[in-house]
Design a protein around this ligand. Structure first.
Ligand code: AVJ
Length: 326
C-alpha cells in the first residue's frame, strides 16, 4: 500500500451517518428465527475479508477471474458507450483490480464516488484510489446504499453518472430486495445515467457447488469464521469442530444456499443466552443468486432500466451488463 506523503491528494468524506450495524442484536435475533439465519454482511471482518481474497484465487471459484477477463476484453467498448467526463459511483468501496481497470479504461472520468457503510474501509480504499488516480476527484460517501442517498457535487460537472456494482454482489439479495436495490441505482444514475453491473449466470450444479465448497476448504473456513467471529466479539462458545459447511444449488429458486450444519445435538451460549441445536439443524448464512439473461433483463426493466449491452466470457459463466435509464 502506498504511503500518505506530501503529494497525497486529500479526499473529503461526505458522512451521511448510517446507523451502525448491531451485530449482537442481529445475531441473537437471527439465531432465534426459524429457520435460523445470519446475514452474509457479517462475513467480512479482518479474517473473513482475508479468506474471501483467498476464495477469489481458488481454481473452483470462477467468479472473480471471469469477471476481470470480461472487463479486460470489454473495456474499450464500455469506454466508448459511456463516453467522456463521467462520474463513477461505486456501490461498495472497491479498491480492487476491477475498479482500477474501469477508472483507467474510461475516457477521462471526472470523479469517483465510492459508497460504503464501513467508514474505515471506505476511507482507506478511497485514499488508495486517489493516490493512484490524481486526475480523478475522489468523493467518498459513508452511507447505507440500500436506501437512496444524496451525492456530493464534483468540482467539474459530469456528463453522466455511471453506477458501478461488480462482483455479482446483487446475487446476495433475494429477488424483491435486488429489484429495490436496482431502483436505488436507477435513482443515483440520474437523468442520462447508466449502471454497469456484474451478474453471475445459471449453470450446472457440477460447476456451481464446488465453487462454493472448494477442495482446499477455504470457503468452509470462510463460513465457519462467522461462528468464530461471534465467539470473539459476543462472548460465545461455538465449537467449530461441531459445525460443518454446506453449499447447495437450489435450481427452483436459482441460487446457491450456504449453511452451517450442527453435526450433533448441542447447546451454545451467546452473551449469556443458551441456544439449543438439534443434530442436523442448520443456520442459513448466504444466498448467491444466479440468473439467466432474460430473467435479469425483466428485473432491470421493473426497476426502470433497459439492457443496452451484455458482455460474456466464451463459456457464458458470467455477465457484465450495461443498463441505461429508459
Ligand atoms: C461476494 C456475494 C459475490 O456470492 O459468490 C463467495 C460471496 N461466498 N464464496 C458470491 C461468496 C462464498 C460472493 N459474493
Amino acid at each position: 500500500m502506498a504511503q500518505a506523503g506530501p503529494h497525497t491528494p486529500q479526499v473529503k468524506l461526505l458522512d451521511l451517518h448510517p446507523p451502525a450495524d448491531d451485530f449482537a442484536r442481529d445475531v441473537l435475533d437471527g439465531l432465534s428465527e426459524s429457520p435460523r439465519a445470519l446475514s452474509p454482511k457479517y462475513f467480512y471482518d479482518a479474517r473473513g475479508s482475508h479468506l474471501f481474497d483467498r476464495i477469489t484465487e481458488l481454481p473452483e471459484y470462477y467468479v472473480t477471474r471471469t469477471e476481470l477477463a470480461i472487463m479486460e476484453a470489454a473495456m474499450p467498448d464500455i469506454a466508448a458507450r459511456v463516453g467522456p467526463d463521467a462520474s463513477v459511483i461505486e456501490f461498495g468501496a472497491g479498491s480492487g483490480q476491477k475498479t482500477r481497470r474501469l477508472l483507467a479504461g474510461l475516457d477521462a472520468p471526472i470523479s469517483y464516488v465510492p459508497v460504503e457503510i464501513s467508514r474505515d474501509h471506505l476511507m482507506s480504499a478511497a485514499q488508495a484510489i486517489a493516490e493512484e488516480f490524481p486526475d480523478i476527484e475522489v468523493l467518498p460517501v459513508c452511507a447505507d446504499f440500500t436506501q437512496p442517498f444524496n451525492l456530493p457535487q464534483p468540482a467539474r460537472m459530469p456528463v453522466r453518472n455511471l453506477v458501478y456494482f461488480p462482483g455479482s454482489t446483487i446475487g446476495n439479495f433475494p429477488k424483491p430486495e435486488a429489484i429495490d436495490l436496482l431502483r436505488v441505482m436507477y435513482t443515483e444514475a440520474a437523468q442520462g445515467g447508466a449502471l454497469l453491473i456484474g451478474v453471475d449466470l445459471r449453470k450446472d450444479r457440477a460447476r456451481l457447488e464446488p465453487a462454493y465448497d472448494d477442495a482446499a476448504g477455504v470457503t468452509a473456513e470462510f463460513n465457519l469464521n462467522l461462528l468464530a467471529r461471534i465467539n470473539r466479539e459476543l462472548d460465545a462458545d461455538f465449537d467449530l469442530d461441531r459445525f460443518r459447511h454446506e453449499a447447495t444449488w437450489n435450481p427452483d429458486d436459482g441460487r446457491i444456499e450456504i449453511r452451517l450444519v450442527s453435526m450433533v445435538k448441542q447447546s451454545v451460549e451467546i452473551a449469556g443466552r443458551p441456544f439449543r441445536f438439534a443434530s442436523g439443524e442448520t443456520i442459513l448464512t448466504e444466498y448467491s443468486h444466479k440468473y439467466d439473461l432474460g430473467e435479469f433483463a425483466s428485473m432491470a426493466r421493473e426497476a426502470g432500466f433497459a439492457v443496452e449491452k451484455v458482455w460474456l466470457d466464451d463459456d457464458r459463466l458470467f455477465s457484465i451488463q450495461l443498463l441505461t435509464r429508459s
